[in-house]
Design a protein around this ligand. Structure first.
Ligand SMILES: [Zn+2]
Ligand SMILES: [Zn+2]
Length: 254
């Protein structure tokens, strides 16, 4: 991930509110397109210029070649208002997050996210590095961000052990037929039908009665053996190729 400075220059008198509204719209759409990460963008105004610092998945993430029609429309609207930009300057590497996947054409995809993750919830099945959303079919980009928000909310609540709803949140994260999992699967099916590559879904696992029982757990969808010899990416002990599911030995027994 890289940190970019994004600048908008006001070329004529315009109300602050009007300028900020359109810039915020642009930042929202760039987020839904995976060009910028995170949710909070501090915008400062100095000398007729709005400046913000953003985390982006790659050096060229803000390039206009990745813009969607709605982003192009908002950029045109800014121009009409007398606001030039966005001017992008990469200021450095962001050190706390994973590097972006390098594959031009990934062999497969994995839907995986956690409550602390702000990078793309889609990872390469070969390298397990995040793939920027703007490199995925346009139809799934914003829905993936919405899915990630829901997943993060469920994950956060169960991590914080909010006991009254913890069980419900765990079901959402762990069961293949929960609403969250089904929504995720629907998006993966879309990616699969467009790219022709297999798309795997991760199912969270905690609890269970014993290590022995957990290691012999079967695929929750088709009941077949799905244990892998060596954990994939040090994380997934189970993989079902027909259901395209991944999971781990319960965190309670590791
Ligand atoms: Zn890769
Ligand atoms: Zn299965």
């Amino acid at each position: 991930m890289v940190v970019c400075q994004v600048k908008f220059v006001c070329q004529r008198e315009i109300s602050l509110e009007q300028a900020q509204t359109v810039i915020s719209e642009l930042l929202d759409e760039l987020r839904y397109n995976g060009q910028i990460l995170g949710r909070e963008f501090a915008l400062t105004l100095t000398n007729q210029a709005f400046v913000c610092h953003l985390v982006c998945p790659e050096q060229d993430a803000m390039d206009s070649k990745y813009f969607t029609p709605i982003i192009e429309e908002i950029v045109a609207e800014l121009k009409d208002l007398g606001i030039a930009g966005p001017y992008i300057e990469v200021t450095g590497l962001e050190s706390q997050s994973d590097f972006t996947d390098v594959c031009q054409s990934p062999k497969g995809y994995i839907l995986y996210s956690t409550f602390v993750q702000s990078c793309s919830p889609i990872r390469c099945s070969e390298h397990f590095m995040p793939i920027p959303l703007y490199k995925l079919p346009e139809v799934v980009r914003k829905p993936l961000i919405k899915w990630q928000e829901s997943q993060a909310a469920c994950d956060q609540l169960q991590m914080n052990e909010l006991s009254e709803i913890e069980a419900v949140m765990l079901e959402q994260l762990s069961l293949p037929n929960s609403q969250l999992s089904l929504k995720g699967r629907e998006l993966l099916d879309q990616i699969e039908s467009i790219t022709g590559r297999p798309c795997f879904q991760y199912l969270y696992r905690v609890g269970g009665d014993s290590f022995e029982q957990e290691t012999t757990r079967r695929c929750p969808s088709c009941d077949s053996h799905w244990r892998v010899n060596k954990p994939l990416f040090g994380l997934f002990d189970f993989k079902c190729d027909s259901c395209k599911l991944l999971s781990n030995i319960s965190w309670n027994w590791q």
